[in-house]
Design a protein around this ligand. Sequence first.
Ligand code: AP5
Length: 217
Amino acid sequence: MRLVLVGPPGAGKGTQAQYVAQYLIVPKISTGDIFRANVGQGTPLGMQAKAFMDAGDLVPDEVTIQMVRDRLAEDDAVKGFLLDGFPRNLPQARVLDTLLLDLGGGVDAVLEMVVDDDEVVRRLSGRRTCRQCGRIWHIDFEPPTTEDICDGCGGPLFQRDDDKEETIRHRLVVYAEQTSPLVSYYADKGILVGIDATGPVDDVTERAIAALRRYAH
Ligand code: AP5
């Protein structure tokens, strides 16, 4: 199963990717997570990406596409994957189609997660992420038992640099201008499935799984 998640920043893509990838038994590939890991390790890729990420802009396509090309060539992606954060514009979507055609097939389904802008700002301003295992929390909606400590692995939680209100608003503009055209691109191919991504996390997971049930093993 080759699944793409599409939705504005804060729609809950990373949160749901954790559960949906488990359900579909495929690796979760998040371009944002890969960039952040590289920024944290100070690699050349991280240094190229950092300024764009901090500003809430897209990292240039040539950098992003090469990174995804390399990741999809790894063994665990042969039988399928869940892509969170890629593609992010039409040129990336077209490259993905070509890449998958070379491997045989294409994207099987695209799950669009629909939420409004005010909810996005509420969610992102309270988001915390585990530095050790990557698990996502929220100070009000999904708080850890002990402040700033991950319940799952005991690692420290951090707040992302791009989760300031001004940067969040800019990321929403970038989404509307560059990423939202993907919705009609995939709808035209007949592979788009949309879900309401508001309400409790568990309810959204149920909706996602119901929408994807026919693709499960
Ligand atoms: P990326 O990491 O992909 O960020 P994003 O798309 O902006 O999405 P987010 O991770 O902010 O939100 P999400 O939808 O995953 O929400 P989450 O589950 O965390 O990209 C970051 C940057 O990297 C980009 O700006 C760009 O610079 C670069 N980049 C990445 N990919 C790129 C590409 N392909 N091309 C170019 N550049 C690229 O949830 C958010 C919060 O809400 C959490 O606290 C969570 O606990 C909470 N929450 C989740 N669901 C619910 C719910 N149902 N109810 C209440 N709270 C909830």
